[in-house]
Design a protein around this ligand. Structure first.
Ligand SMILES: [Zn+2]
Length: 241
């Protein structure tokens, strides 16, 4: 291999950078487009809605139970009054019955107070539930809209990526297989740019400074045929100068 073998890696490297940028743009799209936020808000509102709905259900059940109790007290009172007016109760017992009736009436009135409080609470919760339904609807349409937009973007970026990968597979045909294997080993470790130029006596991959004699020997190596390219001692990138 020689200098031009290494230079043949540069267009592949540029292409790989573009592919990486597209990959990361695709994986960050939900966040960048705001879809992730919308979904988080939707989930938290849905949880609030569910909790409120459960509380509303408990109030409904409590209200129904109170109504039931109140009704049965009313039946009792009516029966007592009927007995009283039928004359079946002795004079002495009438006083006791009256006391009992006013006790039951007091109980019923306290049940009714509680019922009214519960109704007010239910009304309040119902209004909040309606508000939440509107917000959930809004967030859901927003999420749908963003998803559709993101899908289009992902499709276009994927198509672009496919094109780049197709070009890559053509480009690597003309690269020395040993050098390509080296490139492929370095790439996952350093990310972008497995081939680094030396500029201002510095490896552009990791910014380590190199001595004049190091640079000279790399230049010398590159001017001839070699079996293994020069690599940066610090970052391991293939060097060009
Ligand atoms: Zn380096």
């Amino acid at each position: 291999m020689n200098r031009s073998s290494i230079e043949s890696l540069i267009p592949i490297q540029e292409l790989d950078s573009k592919v990486n940028r597209l990959r990361s743009a695709i994986s960050n799209l939900d966040e960048v487009s705001g879809l992730k936020d919308v979904k988080t808000q939707f989930n938290s509102l849905r949880l609030a809605y569910k909790t409120l709905k459960d509380e509303f259900g408990q109030l409904q059940a409590r209200h129904a139970a109170l109504e039931e109790q109140s009704k049965s007290l009313l039946v009792k009172v009516r029966n007592m009054k009927a007995q009283e007016s039928s004359g079946a109760i002795s004079h002495r017992d009438i006083a006791m019955t009256e006391t009992e009736i006013s006790k039951l009436d007091a109980q019923r009135s306290s049940l009714e107070d509680e019922e009214l409080e519960i109704l007010a609470d239910m009304e309040n919760k119902e209004a909040k539930l309606a508000e939440l339904e509107v917000s959930l609807g809004d967030l859901s349409s927003k999420a749908k809209e963003l998803s559709a937009k993101n899908d289009l973007e992902v499709n276009s970026m994927s198509a672009e990526m496919d094109e780049l990968l197709k070009s890559r597979s053509e480009l690597i045909q003309s690269v020395d297989p040993k050098l390509l294997a080296m490139y492929d080993t370095i790439q996952p470790r350093v990310g972008a740019m497995p081939v680094a130029r030396i500029e201002n006596s510095t490896c552009q991959g990791c910014k380590v400074r190199m001595s004049a004699s190091e640079i000279e020997s790399i230049k010398k190596l590159l001017s001839s045929e070699f079996s293994s390219p020069a690599t940066c001692e610090q970052c391991g990138r293939i060097l060009l100068v």
